[in-house]
Write a new protein. Structure first.
Length: 131
């Protein structure tokens, strides 16, 4: 349940979790498109889909969804990180998923996220609880 991203940010490979919901759509896509070397075929099978084609597809999807806010494909990356943070995923894990070298780069998501501070507690409250 992971997606391998080859030579992404910093020219490094990394893995990100795959949503079970997206797996259903991905399965349908794989059965109809038969990608060869890349998940998304370019004009010629076996070639990658170009950056401009990805941007155009994203722009069209944005327009069809009725979202008026300006966004780019890179916005998806920021949204992914922000939602992980809001869901309680630790900042170090998010750093690794995004492929950041420095934690400071990942820390910028802290000011954007709406964090639930109600779960904050003293570690002494759980220190002596028997398991």
């Amino acid at each position: 349940m992971q997606i391998r991203i080859v030579k992404s940010k910093g020219n490094h490979d990394r893995y990100v979790p795959l949503s079970t919901t997206l797996l259903i759509g991905l399965d349908k896509y794989l059965r109809s498109s038969f990608p060869v070397n890349y998940l998304f075929n370019g004009k010629k099978k076996g070639d990658p889909l170009g950056h401009s084609a990805v941007q155009q597809s994203f722009g069209l999807a944005l327009k069809q969804s009725g979202i008026l806010k300006e966004a780019s494909v890179h916005t998806l990356r920021h949204t992914f990180a922000t939602h992980l943070l809001e869901d309680g995923v630790d900042i170090v894990t998010i750093k690794e998923l995004l492929g950041h070298v420095n934690i400071e780069t990942t820390m910028m998501y802290l000011h954007v996220a709406k964090l639930n501070k109600t779960n904050a507690h003293s570690p002494f409250d759980t220190l002596y609880i028997s398991k």
